[in-house]
Design a protein around this ligand. Structure first.
Ligand code: AMP
Length: 534
């Protein structure tokens, strides 16, 4: 019953398991690296290459390479390569397959039971899509876990016991999030979370690549370098390399060559930080917001500030956090999430055997797991008893009509707020009918889509609806009560009652636009047909 944790990152992914010393360990990929670029190259209609090689051809054959697919998860997005249509789920499935196959080969053991991590602010649709990607890859997805929760689980494993409050600053390749978590021997509890899913290391690379291009063009005006895919690819790769080196060094040189023209472009850390200051500042704004939310919940001190995600290695990150009075600590920033996910996978695999009504894991299960994994029985029991409590990742509300100066417009009134502890149940909130003689009431459920709560329609996404009909003509502003309920697994239910007739409506939110079971099945067959390699 080996179980695995997979960090399915925007730019890099990583697999871990619990090794036979009972510790989480990374499983290397085929080229022997800890992490694999989350890049897919459709080399031919039958062959797919995932990882380093794929990343190397990204700018040369952009039509055949897909990167940053995580940013599309949960959206209705389609991409056609070699005449075959792909969804974000099926592309992610190709990455997962390569990760699982390579890890399995490396260990000499099939990779089947997995936990996959997602950013904490991922909404219901994105989580669903991630789970389906796992299914399409032929994996058994035990659970989906928040990246900061996984990081906290790893932290818990390596730090001395007791109850700790930690701040997780996670700056990856394509996404950023901040999470406040309480860790105790019994429980991992998310206090609040925030983030921006369009901010990550790739943005730092872009700024630097632009600068390299500008410098090259300034030295060689009149060249067509800016239109040459291969040249741009070399700048993009060079920018990422230089960025990483500038985390350790003060200055680097880049040799750019196009046609017969060459330039040696010097980049100092200072210049790099100046080019990207606005990006770091965006993380600071979100960090401040998270600190305020945590303070509203009575938390103003942190035992540790964990840096997660490869991009948190940039010295500017530490500097900006210190400026906010935090004392960041780096520990395994690229690998902590996968390692924590491996621990979570173990917890989940034990929980499968727990009695429904709660209570302790049966001794024989604990002993069997302990023996298989070569871990002390007490350690397995402690893990099995660990609860993970999370929060509502984003606000949910209903669409309402507003009238101002005789003009009508729609806004979203949020009922279930972000960061409410799960499971959550709101008090009924009072709404009113919009028009005189209304005989039916349409209830539309919307989910916050931007990183801050906003009542504007465009900052929210319509996720479900229902209708109360057959009402006697009601006067305008007749009362309707609406309450929201979200289960620990994120399932959302809405209850609306028209108070005069007491007619009511229950909506169980089935996410729109996700793949149907048939589509998952078809994608699974399509993905299985590919020959996937590194
Ligand atoms: P992750 O999604 O956590 O794997 O983050 C990967 C991102 O971290 C990529 O954008 C990398 O370029 C970036 N990264 C990795 N190592 C470093 C480093 N030493 N300095 C700056 N950025 C890094």
């Amino acid at each position: 019953m080996a179980t695995f944790g997979i960090d399915l990152g925007t730019t890099y992914s990583c697999v871990a398991h619990i090794d036979d010393t009972g510790r989480p360990a990374i499983i290397k990929n085929r080229p022997g690296d800890d992490t694999t670029p989350s890049v897919v190259y459709f080399e031919s209609p039958d062959n797919v290459v995932v990882g380093k090689e794929a990343k190397a051809v990204a700018k040369i054959q952009p039509d055949l390479v897909v990167s940053l697919i995580k940013r599309q998860m949960g959206k209705s997005f389609e991409i056609t390569v070699h005449g075959q249509a792909h969804s974000p789920e099926s592309i992610s499935a190709l990455i997962l397959r390569e990760l699982a196959d390579a890890a399995g080969e490396n260990l000499g053991e099939e990779v089947r039971d997995v936990v996959i991590t997602v950013p904490a602010y991922f909404g219901v649709a994105e989580r669903n899509a991630t789970r389906k990607a796992g299914e399409i890859a032929g994996l058994n997805v035990l659970s989906i876990v928040d990246e900061p929760v996984a990081a906290a689980l790893h932290y818990d494993a390596i730090s001395a016991g007791g109850t700790k409050t930690i701040f997780v600053y996670d700056l990856g390749g394509g996404t950023f999030d901040t999470t406040v978590i309480k860790v105790s021997p019994e429980e991992i509890q998310v206090v609040c979370t925030d983030g921006d899913h369009h901010l990550g290391g790739a943005d730092w690379d872009d700024r630097l690549a632009e600068y390299l291009l500008e410098q090259f063009l300034a030295e060689h005006p009149g060249t067509e370098a800016a239109d040459d895919e291969e040249f741009l690819q070399s700048l993009a790769a060079g920018a990422e390399d230089i960025k990483k080196q500038l985390s350790r060094m003060q200055s680097r040189r880049f040799n750019a060559r196009f046609g017969g023209d060459t330039s040696q472009i010097e980049v100092t850390r200072e210049k790099f930080e100046e080019l990207t200051a606005e990006l770091v500042e965006r993380t600071a704004t979100i960090t401040r917001r998270t600190l305020r939310t945590a303070a509203d919940r009575g938390i103003t001190e942190f035992d540790d500030v964990l840096l997660v995600g490869g991009s948190s290695r940039m010295p500017a990150v530490t500097a900006v956090l210190e400026g906010l009075g935090l004392k960041p600590r780096m520990h395994d920033p690229d690998l902590a999430v996968a390692k924590g996910a491996a621990r979570y996978a173990l917890i989940e695999s034990i929980k499968v055997h727990l009695p429904e009504e709660g209570g302790e894991a049966p001794a024989e299960v604990v002993e069997e797991v302990a023996e298989q994994l070569n871990i002390p029985v007490e350690k397995v029991r402690a893990l099995a008893g660990k609860r993970v409590a999370t929060v509502v990742p984003r606000a949910f509300g209903v669409k309402v009509v507003n009238r101002e100066g005789g003009r009508e417009h729609y806004t979203i009134e949020h009922v279930l707020r972000a960061n409410t502890p799960l499971p959550a149940e709101t008090e009924p909130q009072r709404f009113g009918t919009a028009y005189p003689n209304q005989i039916e009431i349409s209830v539309e459920i919307w989910e916050q889509s931007g990183s801050v709560e906003s009542e504007a329609l465009e900052d929210n996404e319509h996720i479900a609806e229902g209708l109360i009909s057959g009402l006697p003509p009601l006067p305008e502003n007749s009362p309707i009560d609406i309450s929201f309920q979200m289960a620990a697994d994120g399932l959302l239910r809405v209850h609306a009652v028209e108070l005069k007739t007491r007619q009511d409506l229950h909506i169980e939110v089935q996410i729109r636009g996700g793949l149907s079971d048939e589509q998952v099945h078809a994608a699974r067959t399509a993905v299985a047909r590919y020959n996937v390699s590194a």
